[in-house]
Design a protein around this ligand. Structure first.
Ligand code: 5AD
Ligand code: SF4
Length: 452
């Protein structure tokens, strides 16, 4: 019997990328075959993002195109199932099917283990919505990938260790779409990572909406912190690099800061969003820290490890943001000097406290502030990249490069590095002297080969 073809398209954050792989592994286990495009797919899953309005609207334009695809196949006598997963599914539920009739299934992020069952039920039911927060833990039911599958995904993998958020920043939908903070048990994470490591994975990014608030139970029900978990992961044979994201400044505990100085496998790159540099705006955002608290924290982190590079998220045009508030954000950026950052125009999200604020900022002001912030952040990114010239960096080789005889790896700071060398080095750490810098990449020569 020919296998049904499955195409999963991910939008938004890395947790969705990870969830998509878990959905694929689940459905491959019940007879589906993964496809790299929607072309001739029997089942299409959109794994969606609800964080900003643009992200949500993209899904409906995507669904419009899929309707045409589904109708075309229907005329040829072929059946196509369309599922909407992720945060738009969680937030909008059955409304999605009302708006877009071609959707067969709406499934929230906590219910992916029920996918095979829900798909079977579609044989007798027209459209299904499952956005409950079930009592059972989905990860207990999702199968691991086969060794072949893991190898095809490369040497770097994501692993979700924590989901949900209790912070309730005034602008953010995550506490509503992903629910309360929940840390996975230590043993389950270690088991999953051992499985990945045996199939050639050597770099891990530990994911969580509030990952540094991780506090998972161990075998004897004691709570283990993120630093404790990183220590245990670093002892797994084959694991060379560990990263984590995304963190909240208020959860940056002393043991984690110390790990950035003492733990060799933990990379010296920290994504620590501050959102704004104005105390007035930070309070309105319910961030529960001041700009000075953030600057003090950065000082402590840099005292512990002077080589650490930092990145942040910024929101421009939060309701009530004055020119002075915005200037305070630019000043914070000047003081910290980030290696890179993400920046967004404020987008009111229904159901969040700040959506109801009356002093919304006009698009013209928002755009002008966005451009000014972008100029500053991008200048800092260039400056950081250029500071690499002449340095010798440890590069983890990921894959063949674009050109024959070239390989591509990542620096400790996530920068792509291109080197002329054999692809036999994939999965190894090599030392590279950086000779050239382009907009987004570094180029260099192998100095020494070091397998750690
Ligand atoms: N508008 C704009 N940006 C937002 N973010 C979260 N919610 C909103 C919103 N309503 C940004 C924050 C967060 C990142 C993931 O997305 O900067 O850190
Ligand atoms: Fe959203 Fe992050 Fe704030 Fe949680 S800490 S509410 S995920 S912005």
């Amino acid at each position: 019997m020919t296998k049904k073809k499955l195409f999963v398209k991910s939008f938004g954050c890395q947790m969705n990328v990870y969830d998509s792989t878990r959905m694929i592994d689940t459905l491959v286990g019940v007879g589906y075959e993964e496809s790299q495009s929607e072309h001739s797919a029997d089942l299409i899953i959109l794994n969606t993002c609800h964080i900003r309005e643009k992200a949500s609207e993209k899904i409906f334009s995507e669904l419009g195109k899929l309707r045409v695809y589904k109708e075309g196949r229907h005329k040829e006598g072929l059946q196509t199932r369309i599922a909407v997963a992720g945060c738009v599914a969680q937030a909008e539920g059955g409304q999605i099917i009302k708006r877009e009739k071609s959707v067969d299934l709406v499934i929230g992020p906590q219910n992916y283990h029920r996918l095979p069952d829900l798909l079977n039920r579609l044989d007798s039911e027209t459209a299904l919505v499952d956005t409950e927060f079930p009592a059972e833990e989905k990860f207990d039911f999702l199968p691991y990938p086969t060794e072949e599958k893991t190898r095809s995904r490369g040497i770097s993998a994501f692993v979700t260790i924590q989901e949900g958020c209790d912070k309730f920043c005034a602008f953010c939908v995550v506490p509503y779409t992903r629910g309360a903070e929940n840390s996975r048990p230590v043993e389950k994470i270690i088991e999953e990572i051992k499985n990945l490591a045996q199939s050639g994975v050597c770099e891990l990014t530990l994911l969580g909406q509030n990952v540094n608030a991780y506090s998972g139970p161990n075998r004897v029900d004691q709570s283990v912190s993120l630093a404790g978990l990183i220590q245990l992961i670093s002892e797994i044979p084959g694991i060379k690099r560990i990263r984590y994201m995304t963190s909240h400044p208020n959860d940056m505990q002393a043991d984690l800061i110390a790990a950035h100085a003492n733990q060799k496998a933990l990379m010296p790159f920290l994504h620590l969003p501050v959102q704004s540099g104005s105390d007035h705006i930070l309070a309105a955002m319910n961030r529960k820290h001041t700009a000075q608290d953030y600057l003090d924290l950065i000082k402590t982190i840099r005292t512990s490890n002077p080589d650490i590079a930092l990145s942040s998220d910024f929101i421009v045009g939060f309701p009530g943001e004055t020119e002075a508030d915005f200037e305070a954000t630019l000043e914070l950026i000047r003081q910290v000097r980030f290696a890179s950052s993400y920046y967004f125009k404020y987008s009111p999200r229904i159901g969040t406290p700040s959506a109801d604020l009356t002093d919304q900022i006009s698009e013209t002001v928002m755009q002008s502030r966005f451009t000014r912030l972008q100029d500053l952040v991008e200048a800092q990114r260039r400056e950081f990249n250029h500071s690499m010239k002449g340095k010798i960096l440890e590069v983890l080789v990921e894959k063949k490069g674009k050109y024959e005889g070239q390989i591509m790896g990542k620096s400790p700071y996530m920068q792509p590095v291109h080197v002329r060398a054999s692809d036999e080095l994939i999965g190894q750490l090599i030392k590279v002297e950086i000779t050239d810098i382009s907009t987004n990449s570094l180029f260099g020569n192998i100095v020494d080969q070091a397998v750690l």
